[in-house]
Every structure is written in structure tokens, then in C-alpha cells.
Design a protein around this ligand. Structure first.
Ligand code: C2E
Ligand code: CA
Ligand code: CA
Length: 296
């Protein structure tokens, strides 16, 4: 049902869609799926889509989140809800996650060569990747091979992942921060956070979960949580990003509460790199026109 709903949203909502097995690899046996993913990785069937992050104060695009997709030759575009958990269980998330990092690094170097300007890109890291003993060495090796700048890459880790085993997490996070990466706590507010540890974490950003943003206009509770998270982040010197922003109303509340950056369908859906580049260029051109108009 979830997959059918997802397909529906992809094709513009407001319609009914029934699940048929061809829609999702969840219907293929696990064994087939693992094999297909492994071959997909070798054949370069995985792609990254980029969704812009807009800074409220400047109204500029300051970053992006890279979201993985699987372009299956027969099935078509497959979203991460359909394959990430199996990738985690099977261990395939390790080569997949490393590919994601390398691809973001490659893209950063290309954007720099194109003169696109700074777009700090975030990648999602799964707990299995994060628990690798040699994670920091592996990450450092990718940056060395691709010559990408770690200052332009953010690692998104979920709050629950980080809070799970705090002491070993702290060591890993400090090493990653020393490499120059920014750490962001994803889905913030949904997990169980120890405020005592939050203070010690070398994180640079909190990402408010989409669930709170969704209810922002209708629920005083959701608003109170976001208000508290923003104040907490400000007190700890962290940046706050809200994800899943779909309406002007939500954006206005988030602005009034002091949120730093917004990400969501209100601005743009995640898109392939060439479309993303065109979007950034058009967005910059239109805000330039607006600036000129308001100045004139
Ligand atoms: P996430 O990290 O919470 O990513 C945000 C999800 O919300 C994305 O779904 C994005 O397309 C969607 N989204 C963004 N704006 C809006 C909005 O305004 N409204 C709504 N309804 N949705 C919005 P996506 O791309 O399907 O990814 C789902 C999850 O899969 C991600 O959740 C993340 O946990 C995981 N994922 C994606 N890429 C990777 C990856 O490269 N590695 C790992 N380990 N996980 C990934
Ligand atoms: Ca994320
Ligand atoms: Ca999230």
C-alpha cells in the first residue's frame, strides 16, 4: 500500500493507484532483490537526486540533500523506501553508501569546475555504515581520491542512531568533524535524545522532522515542539533546518520561529543533477530580477 501511495504521489497525487507486483522489488523474492541490487551497483543503475535547501535570511539556495534512487532497467525508478532496509540487512548498504559519498564528492568537484558556486551537499548515512570500525579512514580515502572539499559535505545521521551508543559515537563523530565534515542530526524530535549528550556532540545542525512541519499550521503542540527545538538549537549554537515544507503557511511559521533553512516541495522536489543545476540557475536569475525590481 505504501509503495502504491508513493507511486501515486510521484505521478501528481489526487488519484487512486493499486499495488501491482511490477511496481516494487519488495514483491521479488529477497534473494533476487539482493542479487539485482548487487548487479545494479556494478552496472551503475543507482542515481542521486538533489533537493535544494533555502536559507531564510538571504532567500538563497545554500545547500542540497542527495537522495538515492535506483533506475532499474525493467521496473523503472525505485525509491529508497523500497530498498534501503534490505540494503541494510544484507550489508549492501556499505558499498552503496560508499558509492553515494564518492558520487557526491565527484559532483562537488564538477560543480566547482562549472563555477556553480557553493552548494553544500548532505548525504544520509545508515547506522550500519556508521558502525564500521574504519569509517573515518574510508571517508578520508574517498575525499583524497576525489579531491573534494569536506567543508562542502554534510553527513545526516538520525538522532536515534547517534543516541544509541553515545560513547563510541562521540569518538567517530569527532574524527569526522576533524576531517572537516558537518554533522547533522536528522529526523530530530522523533527519537529519544539525551540533552546531556546533545551538548557534547560535535554536531553543526539539527533537522526538524517532517512530521512536526506537517502539523505546524493545525497543531499547537507541533508548533510548541518546533519552537523549543529552534530555541535549543540556538542556545547550543546549532543551525536548524526544517524538512518537508510544502506550504507558504508552514514556511511563514518556520520563519517566525527562527528556523535557518527550509527544504521541501514548496521550493522543489528532489531532481537529477542536470535539472538541479538548471533550477539553481533559474532561481538565482529570478531572485536577481526581484532584487533589481525592488531596488528600482
Ligand atoms: P529523509 O532523510 O528523511 O529524506 C527526506 C525524504 O522526504 C526524501 O524521501 C524526500 O524526497 C522527501 N521529501 C522532501 N521534501 C518533501 C515534502 O515537502 N513533502 C514530502 N511528503 N516529502 C518530502 P526519499 O528520497 O524517498 O528518501 C526517503 C528516505 O530514504 C530518506 O529519508 C533517508 O532516510 C533514506 N535515504 C535516501 N537516500 C539515502 C542514502 O543515500 N543512504 C541512506 N542510508 N539512506 C537514504
Ligand atoms: Ca535526510
Ligand atoms: Ca529526515
Amino acid at each position: 500500500a505504501d509503495i502504491a501511495m508513493y507511486r501515486d504521489k510521484e505521478h501528481g497525487r489526487n488519484s487512486v493507484r493499486q499495488f501491482i507486483p511490477e511496481m516494487g522489488v519488495t514483491a521479488i523474492s529477497r534473494l533476487n532483490m539482493e542479487g539485482a541490487m548487487r548487479r545494479g551497483l556494478e552496472r551503475g543503475e543507482f542515481k542521486l537526486h538533489y533537493q535544494p535547501k533555502i536559507e531564510l535570511a538571504s532567500q538563497r539556495i545554500v545547500g542540497a540533500e542527495a537522495l538515492v534512487r535506483w533506475q532499474h532497467p525493467q521496473i523503472g525508478l525505485i525509491h529508497p523506501i523500497e530498498f534501503i532496509s534490505l540494503a541494510e540487512e544484507s550489508g549492501l548498504i556499505l558499498p552503496l553508501g560508499e558509492w553515494v559519498l564518492a558520487e557526491v564528492c565527484r559532483q562537488q568537484v564538477e560543480w566547482k569546475a562549472q563555477g556553480m558556486g557553493l552548494v553544500k551537499t548532505a548525504i544520509n548515512m545508515s547506522s550500519r555504515q556508521f558502525r564500521q570500525e574504519d569509517l573515518a579512514e574510508r571517508v578520508a580515502a574517498v575525499f583524497a581520491q576525489t579531491c573534494a572539499d569536506p567543508a562542502l559535505v554534510t553527513l545526516e545521521l538520525t538522532e536515534s542512531m547517534v543516541m544509541h551508543d553515545v560513547n563510541s559515537t562521540l569518538v567517530a563523530l569527532r574524527t569526522l568533524k576533524q576531517l572537516g565534515l558537518t554533522i547533522s542530526l536528522d529526523d530530530f524530535g522523533t527519537g529519544y535524545s539525551s540533552l546531556a549528550y546533545l551538548r557534547k556532540l560535535p554536531a553543526g545542525e539539527l533537522k526538524i522532522d517532517r512530521g512536526f512541519v506537517l502539523d505546524l499550521e493545525s497543531s499547537a503542540d507541533a508548533r510548541a515542539v518546533v519552537d523549543a527545538v529552534v530555541k535549543l538549537a540556538q542556545a547550543l549554537g546549532l543551525k536548524v533546518v526544517a524538512e518537508g515544507v510544502e506550504t507558504e503557511g508552514q514556511a511563514n511559521v518556520l520563519r517566525s520561529l527562527g528556523c535557518d533553512e527550509l527544504q521541501g516541495y514548496l521550493y522543489a522536489k528532489p531532481m537529477p543533477a542536470p535539472e538541479f543545476e538548471a533550477f539553481v540557475a533559474a532561481y538565482r536569475a529570478s531572485s536577481q530580477t526581484q532584487l533589481t525590481l525592488s531596488a528600482g
